[in-house]
Design a protein. Structure first.
Length: 140
């Protein structure tokens, strides 16, 4: 069995951002040489997320609404005990819990084996600093 590891690095200019990282993951799978297996993609920071969604233009415009939804559910300005440590990102930790840490995608014939509209996204909830995403590919 082959094992391949690669890190993707992101630094957003805003506190919250949503980035389609599918092509970077596809390239990592190609470099791995794995034809049949699994790709694990996970955020290596507790205030970021990796998730699967559709990359449809209307939905992308809805990200503003999506972000507003997360802000309503977990407002940045609320009181978080975590912020008593001098941090100001208590909300980002909870948003990450809601969105999830990672995704696993099957690899078939050397390609990510997605459903019809699935894409991989990186969600940033406490940006403006460099963070990484792990891509771990295993298989034959």
């Amino acid at each position: 069995m082959k094992s391949f590891r690669e890190e993707l690095w992101f630094e957003t200019s805003t506190r919250r951002a949503y980035l389609n990282i599918t092509e970077q993951v596809r390239q990592a799978v190609r470099r791995s040489g794995v034809q049949e297996g699994l790709a694990l993609v996970n955020a290596m920071h507790i205030t970021a997320s990796v998730y699967i969604n559709d990359d449809e233009p209307g939905l992308l415009k809805d990200y503003k609404d999506y972000d507003e939804f997360l802000e309503r559910v977990v407002p940045q300005a609320a009181r978080y005990r975590h912020n008593d440590t001098g941090e100001d990102n208590g909300d980002a930790h909870v948003k990450r819990q809601l969105m999830g840490r990672e995704v696993v995608v099957a690899i078939t014939g050397g390609r990510l084996d997605f459903g019809p509209w699935e894409q991989i996204f990186y969600g940033e909830f406490d940006g403006r600093r460099r963070k990484r995403v792990l891509v771990k590919v295993i298989g034959e």
